[in-house]
Design a protein around this ligand. Structure first.
Ligand SMILES: [Zn+2]
Length: 148
């Protein structure tokens, strides 16, 4: 296997470049095309010379953020939007429970993932308590968190 030619001369001796190191299955002869310059394994484009993507952790991290344009559809953004939709829906439920909204129609459509319906006065109280705790966590992130 090590008797492969490393270089190939093309264009009547005017171009000297790396040679594809692929071999034919039957005849065991080496491919006569030039290897791609980006190829890690010194192969031509027909023998899989193109990149197989990032290998190192650093490269993978870079690649993951490369196509990010607006950030509207990142996991964090989707979760943030979802949590604000949960809040809005629960506030609306609370208004109905507290008889603040008369003639308000029932909301239609898909409910956000973390949505818990507010149906009783007890639910309203717990929602309010959760909200207050979240606010405290935002204000004092270093202090010990209170868990319900
Ligand atoms: Zn080849």
């Amino acid at each position: 296997m090590d008797n492969l030619e490393k270089l190939i001369v093309l264009a009547g001796g005017r171009i000297k470049c790396l040679r594809c190191t692929a071999k034919a299955k039957g005849s065991q002869t080496q491919c006569r095309k030039a290897a791609l310059r980006i190829s890690r394994t010194q192969k031509c484009r027909l023998h899989g010379g193109k990149s197989k993507g990032p290998v190192t952790a650093e490269g993978k991290r870079k690649s993951a953020i490369a196509p990010l344009k607006t950030g509207r559809f990142t996991k964090e953004a989707i979760l943030r939007d979802s949590s604000s939709r949960v809040t809005l829906r629960q506030l609306r439920d609370a208004m109905v429970v507290l008889a603040m909204a008369q003639g308000m129609k029932k909301l239609r459509g898909r409910k956000p993932a973390a949505y818990i319906p507010i149906e009783t006065l007890q639910d309203v109280w717990e929602m309010k308590l959760r909200d207050a705790l979240q606010r405290m966590e935002r204000v004092k992130p270093d202090e010990e968190k209170i868990i319900l």
